[in-house]
Ligand binder design. Structure first.
Ligand code: KIV
Ligand code: ZN
Length: 514
């Protein structure tokens, strides 16, 4: 019998963006969206258009660029949000509007300060406004996992009657257990008279590490859309991870009577792209996309795998894209080869100048590093985009660092601020610490360093190091990224990128905290 389709709804650019410091620019969203389209993701939630003019533009740009996936925007159940979202997504080949309102007693009383009847009326009104823009409307009763079942039945029935075509059941705070969450979907589908008029979707958070298990339990009970994110990025402990959902369903086709359309060989490239853009590294032991997910340390395992792969592997590294990072270019590669590889990776640069600047950057890297991989190209473009950003206030011109056993490490940097060059220097407990102290002495940002992390982009000691610096100041948290074969330089670039993000006064509204 033909399998039913499980719709994959990616919310990396909306819920994932609600992770501290993970805000993405329009160009970054476009790059991620193209990769998701290449992976055959069915629905891409591109953002929350009423959060800022920048996000409106980003969602609209994604809606214009992407042809094969449905493009969705999020709106709270109020007229301003719904209309702004409608304007952003209506240009898409397939637009979807996702509206939500909280339904748990604690959210209705403490956050919304509304009576249950008012909440139902507001949801119905929002769906009617949404229907002026598209007939693909998704409704979510936020915090469904802690809502009263009778009230959920009431509001969902009204939402479907008003025109919602997808009902998404969120476990907003990651509180439920798999049996319970599966049971919730079962009961809702059984009790709501018009349940068969909508697609059932789930959206699980990972606070207890159960987001994937809860989502799969719901799929067993008839949910046919799963909301998930690349690398499990998302609010707090994150959302269900796309790669785990897709590979669990695919690997256990003996259990599931549905499958996805996802081209799984695009999973690892997507994971690396999202990690590079957001500055959220992937833990090595992460399922499917972690660096160790397919490596075997123990001799017994290695022997077993060499004799017969399936002794210890339930899926192959190739099937999820681990071998996609083939050697692409080298020192002798020309501009055309560079340009066509960028095109194959779905990277479009706006102008000839941008292409020339990126090509120069590629040649500089090829002088330092013999083999250039796709990941290097992605990092190089991330850097180019960062440097071209209008918001750039500080720019690294040069850096000298000195470290020697028995001596206090020292760093001296030349940094441009607008057109003016400044020299700054400091000592520190290591060359990176010295560089950060020197930059702080110049910029006087007063920000606190929340996180510093270094990862190699490819393997080998000649690999580029990709550095993330998370700074917080007052109510803002930003992530800065930098890449270079010299990790002190990469670190300084990342710190400067974070300082520039703090300078640009972009404020985003979190849709769930208002
Ligand atoms: O977690 C949640 O409830 C959400 C909704 C907006 C769907 O992200
Ligand atoms: Zn969420």
């Amino acid at each position: 019998m033909a399998k039913e389709k499980l719709i994959i709804f990616d919310t990396t650019m909306r819920d994932g963006e609600q992770s501290p410091g993970a805000a993405m620019s329009k160009d970054e969203k476009l790059r991620i969206a193209r990769q998701l389209e290449r992976m055959h993701v069915d629905v891409i939630e591109a953002g929350f258009p009423n959060s800022s003019p920048g996000d409106f533009e980003a969602v609209q740009a994604v809606a214009r660029a992407i042809k094969d996936s449905t493009i969705c925007g999020l709106a709270r159940a109020n007229e301003a949000d719904v209309r702004r979202c409608g304007e952003a997504v209506r240009v898409a080949a397939r637009p979807r509007l996702h509206t939500f309102i909280a339904t748990s007693p604690i959210h209705m009383e403490k956050k919304l300060r509304m009576e249950p009847t008012q909440v139902v009326d507001q949801a119905v009104r929002a769906i009617r406004w949404a229907s002026e823009y598209t007939n693909d409307i998704e409704f979510s009763p936020e915090d469904a996992g802690r809502s009263d079942i009778d009230f959920l039945c009431r509001i969902i029935e009204a939402a479907i009657k008003a025109g919602a075509t997808t009902i998404n059941v969120p476990d907003t705070v990651g509180y439920t257990l798999p049996e319970q969450f599966g049971g919730l979907i079962h009961t809702l589908r059984e009790r709501i008279p018009n349940a068969d008029k909508a697609v059932w979707s789930v959206h699980c958070h990972n606070d207890l590490g159960l987001a994937v298990a809860n989502s799969l339990a719901a799929v067993m009970q008839g949910a046919r859309q799963v909301e998930c994110t690349i690398n499990g990025l998302g609010e707090r402990a994150g959302n269900a991870s796309l790669e785990e959902i897709v590979m669990a369903v695919r690997t256990r086709q003996d259990i599931f009577n549905c499958d996805t359309n996802i081209d799984a060989t695009q999973i690892v490239p997507a994971s690396k792209l999202v990690s590079g853009i957001t500055g959220y590294p992937v833990q090595p032991n992460k399922a499917v996309v972690g660096a160790n997910a397919f490596s075997h340390e123990s001799g017994i395992h290695q022997d077993g795998v060499l004799k017969h792969r399936e002794t210890y592997e339930i899926m192959s590294a190739e099937s999820v894209g681990w071998t996609h990072n083939r050697l692409t270019l080298g020192k002798l590669s020309g501009r055309n080869a560079f340009k066509s590889r960028l095109q194959e990776l779905g990277i479009q640069l706006d102008s000839e100048e941008a292409l020339n600047a990126a090509f120069k950057r590629f040649k500089d890297l090829a002088d330092k590093k013999r083999e250039i991989f796709d990941e290097d190209l992605q990092a190089l473009i991330t850097e180019e985009v960062i440097e071209q950003a209008d918001s750039e206030h500080w720019r690294l011109i040069s850096l000298t660092a000195h470290s020697e056993t028995g001596e206090l490490p020292y760093a001296k940097l030349v940094v441009a601020e607008g057109g003016q060059e400044h020299t700054t220097e400091a000592q520190g407990s290591g060359p990176v610490d010295a560089a950060f102290k020197a930059l702080e002495a110049l910029a006087k940002s007063g920000a606190s360093l929340l996180l510093y992390s270094v990862n190699n982009i490819t393997s080998g000691t000649d690999s580029q190091g990709e550095v993330t610096v998370r700074l917080s100041k007052e109510d803002r948290i930003v992530n800065g990224q930098g890449a270079d074969t010299d990790i002190v330089v990469a670190s300084a670039k990342a710190y400067i990128n974070a300082l520039n993000k703090l300078q640009s006064n972009i404020k985003r509204v979190n849709p769930q905290l208002q």
